[in-house]
Design a protein around this ligand. Structure first.
Ligand code: GDP
Ligand code: GDP
Length: 439
């Protein structure tokens, strides 16, 4: 299960600087591979072998303390609900403000591990000033400089020690499904349809003690696990009018899933807030089925579904090879179909294509449409293989991997998708130099 660390605090104390420092090295690797734009507020970090996700809750709240006090309170409340560990960042130059006191009070009540981070301790002199932060009643402050990195090692040592132990991997092999989307699109209604009757609950998965969020269900002849059902049932206490809150609420469910049922409201269409969630799914390389719900409320003619699906895919570009299902959960329309598609995507995500099959397919295509020559040099692809990874990754071995451009990579991905069904699954394509032994 995922571990989530949230950074909270007033504007300008250095939250995003700290976020960048903690995510930097790993982020660079992750994003180079996925080609998905880096998110400034959500990323992955690793320290002494422990992995966790990190969220900068300040990302969407900018401005003076007064104007944003309400926002910051909300931000802290959501962060407290969703995170395992919280970092309260303070500015040693400013000392303790009233707002800091108010935030500290919320954090003390949460009962979750909180680290007081005294930032901008750029020189030893300032360590004395940080002593003031003891008064917040949250323990010893960690003195750091997010800007130059000093003190962050000690902070990270303590932080990973406070993360809950990794729970044993669920080895049932069943599809783990998450229902994600904006508030009010129909997520809880779908959940209730899928698991409504108590007797559809077969057995809780062993080892998931922290939060009984993973449960095994049987419905429509399929066995599956729904993740974060507790989160879905716990109705939002704050009105989630900002993109940030729905993203924050989706992080855990997405990270713990294999396939996401990504719901949108047919009447509302697809907006930036929906896309933020979709990109989170894509970045975590989870499978996805797009569910256009409340289809009963839309006036339809014969072409509606097709036109709607085209419109949605255009917004999802470049990752357009996704199943789109039109449901009315209220009328029990096509919920079965949505589940079927999720299972199919789950199978696609596990799929392994034999090397011989890949080469028989790709080498003639590449022969006929070689990568464009650069500076008079020709790229020669020798062979293709699928890597033994949990999500589909393909390596094209060639003489000049650095010369292959993004549009050629897309060309190969499209061919791959046309020939082998990877619908709903993000795939990665790498170009690699020839293995030494083959020179
Ligand atoms: P946020 O609003 O809390 O995300 O704060 P930012 O990360 O945007 O930082 C606010 C300002 O403080 C910026 O001008 C940073 O360069 C500066 N800052 C951040 N960390 C440090 C630090 O460790 N030392 C000093 N001197 N300045 C810092
Ligand atoms: P959530 O916030 O995403 O969990 O959304 P809910 O499941 O609470 O649904 C929000 C509202 O939409 C409720 O009033 C539901 O009854 C309604 N709703 C859900 N699915 C449908 C549907 O397929 N058609 C119509 N007309 N209403 C729906």
């Amino acid at each position: 299960m995922s571990n989530i660390v949230a950074i909270v605090g007033r504007p300008n104390v250095g939250k995003s600087t700290l976020f960048n420092r903690l995510t930097e090295s790993r982020q660079a690797i992750v994003d180079e591979q996925s080609g998905v734009t880096r998110d400034r507020h959500y990323g992955h970090a690793e320290w002494t072998g422990r992995k966790f996700s990190i969220i900068d809750t300040g990302g969407y709240v900018r401005g003076s303390d007064d104007a944003f006090e309400g926002e910051i309170r909300k931000q802290v409340e959501v962060a407290v609900e969703e995170a395992n560990v919280l970092l309260l960042v303070l500015d040693v130059e400013m000392g303790v403000t009233d707002l800091d006191d108010a935030v500290a009070r919320l954090l003390r009540k949460s009962g979750k591990p909180v680290f007081v981070v005294a930032n901008k301790v750029d020189n030893p002199q300032r360590q004395h000033d940080a002593a003031e932060f003891y008064s917040l009643g949250l323990g010893d402050p960690y003195c750091i400089s997010a800007m130059n990195g000093s003190g962050t090692g000690e902070l990270l040592d303590a932080l990973v020690a406070a993360l809950p132990d990794d729970e044993p991997e669920d080895t049932s092999g069943l599809p783990k499904l998450a229902i994600v989307g904006q508030p009010n699109v129909g997520k809880s209604s779908l959940l209730n349809m899928l698991i409504g009757e108590e007797r559809s609950i077969v057995t809780p998965i062993a080892g998931t003690t922290r939060d009984p969020i993973q449960q095994r269900y049987t419905k429509f002849g399929h066995d599956f696990i729904l993740v974060d059902t507790a989160g879905l049932r716990r109705k939002a206490r704050v009105k989630e009018d900002l993109e940030f809150y729905s993203v924050l609420r989706s992080v855990r469910a997405i990270e713990d899933s294999d396939v996401c049922l990504f719901m949108i409201d047919a009447q509302q269409g697809i907006h930036a807030q929906d896309l933020a969630i979709f990109h989170l799914v894509e970045r975590n390389r989870k499978g996805v089925v797009v569910i256009v719900n409340k289809w009963d409320l839309v006036e339809k003619d014969q072409n509606s579904a097709k036109a709607f699906a085209d419109h949605i895919r255009a917004r999802l570009a470049p990752f357009t090879d996704v199943p789109v299902v039109f449901t009315s959960v209220i009328d029990k329309q096509r919920v079965f179909k949505a589940l079927e598609e999720a299972i199919r995507v789950f199978e696609n995500r596990k799929k392994k294509v034999r090397t011989s099959e890949l080469n028989d397919f790709f080498l003639p295509i590449i022969e006929n449409n070689p990568p464009p020559a650069i500076k008079g040099k020709y790229v020669k692809v020798k062979y293709v293989t699928q890597l033994p990874t949990t999500t589909p990754q393909f390596a094209f071995f060639c003489n000049l991997p650095q010369y292959v451009n993004e549009s050629y990579r897309r060309f190969l991905e499209n061919k791959l998708r046309e020939r082998f069904d990877f619908s709903g699954v993000p795939v990665q394509i790498f170009f690699r130099g020839k293995a030494k032994s083959e020179d």
